[in-house]
Design a protein around this ligand. Sequence first.
Ligand SMILES: [Zn+2]
Length: 127
Amino acid sequence: MTNLIKCALCGGATSMVSEAGAIHLYKCHSCGNEFPVRVHFVDKPIPLGIKVFKAVVTATDSKAARKAQIQVRKVFGGMANFYPADLDRQILQGESVWDLGFYSADEVAKLEQSAANIGLEVQFVPS
Ligand SMILES: [Zn+2]
């Protein structure tokens, strides 16, 4: 589904990937950028980052990265806003800090619990 919202970084076409009340999350088709948009009923949606958290995992070395990759897939698998291919791309590019997308406070509570259960360290950065 395409729409009028353009990527804030590259101007590419986007799709809505998640909807939580008045906050919709969009993902760019071109560069993979994700950003929250607050929807106004009478107005054009404007980007606004409230009550969403960006999930970040830091892998210190390649051995830690392999372990964390499996753990991340376990914890985030099934989340509408998690893209395994996007994670693989970041790992392939040698990134040590992984951007795992944006999540609502409710989702963060669940993710924190399952991450703690298997010993994965995830930071949730308020957007
Ligand atoms: Zn883009």
